[in-house]
Design a protein around this ligand. Structure first.
Ligand code: HEM
Ligand code: HEM
Length: 175
């Protein structure tokens, strides 16, 4: 297996921009309720939603680039390669599902974006539905973070212990 290749620049940018936005979304999401009710909370929640929508656009561009022309590098033979690819597909799926449930949560709750736009709630009488959808969103967001952390630890293990150049494929300037 050749590991001295690197991914193309677009693939690398999409990877690190997505990772940064996901971390930001997670930290902001966790802390929305610690902001005072009223304007501060509306602004933080609106920022979370805006960055969530930006992530949706980045994900669409990223997947279409991957399918259309993004560099495809060889994966390990056999079961190890299948696990690697399976984990990558799972990460893509978790990002997509978390985004979709987030958008659904906005619709179910009804939201006010930066005090500029109002998204009407589709059902104001069912508070359980609202709580369940936000909890589901949180469950997928946490699952995504757990798998991404395991994935990052494995990448560091490849770099430090196996020294096989895998991390450099996504981080070419790394020494
Ligand atoms: C991978 C992307 C995302 C991650 C990691 C993420 C993460 C989170 C987390 C951790 C929470 C806190 C849940 C809680 O403690 O109750 C949350 C809440 C929320 N998220 Fe996301 N989110 C993402 C994308 C989105 C998107 C795309 C939208 C909508 C466009 C969205 C809308 C919301 C809403 C409406 C809440 C509830 C806020 C509240 O309870 O005040 N999220 N998110
Ligand atoms: C939220 C955080 C992250 C997510 C969601 C994520 C997701 C992904 C996905 C979906 C791929 C597959 C790319 C493809 O072939 O289409 C990938 C590849 C990769 N990621 Fe991440 N990643 C994250 C953070 C990190 C971090 C922190 C590191 C390093 C410490 C890292 C290192 C790598 C490497 C080296 C590859 C390429 C593996 C190979 O050559 O086959 N990732 N990542």
């Amino acid at each position: 297996m050749t590991t001295d290749n690197v991914y193309d620049t677009k693939t690398i940018y999409y990877h690190w921009i997505s990772a940064a936005i996901i971390l930001l979304l997670w930290f902001v999401g966790q802390n929305i309720d610690s902001f005072e009710k009223g304007d501060p909370r509306v602004i933080v929640r609106s920022l979370h939603i805006t960055f969530g929508l930006i992530l949706a656009i980045v994900l669409a561009l990223r997947v279409s680039w991957k399918v259309r022309g993004g560099e495809k590098l060889p994966q390990p033979e056999g079961i190890q390669g299948k696990i690697t690819q399976g984990t990558h597909h799972l990460l893509y799926a978790l990002i997509g599902i978390t985004i979709l449930i987030g958008i659904f949560a906005v619709w179910v709750r009804g939201d006010n974006l930066f005090n500029l736009f109002t998204v009407p709630a589709f059902n104001t009488t069912d508070e359980d539905l609202e709580d369940n959808v936000v909890e589901l969103h949180e469950f997928f967001a946490n699952s995504l973070l757990i798998f991404a952390a395991a994935h990052a630890l494995l990448a560091v293990w490849h770099h430090k212990i196996l020294k096989d150049g895998i991390l450099k494929r996504m981080w070419p300037s790394l020494k």
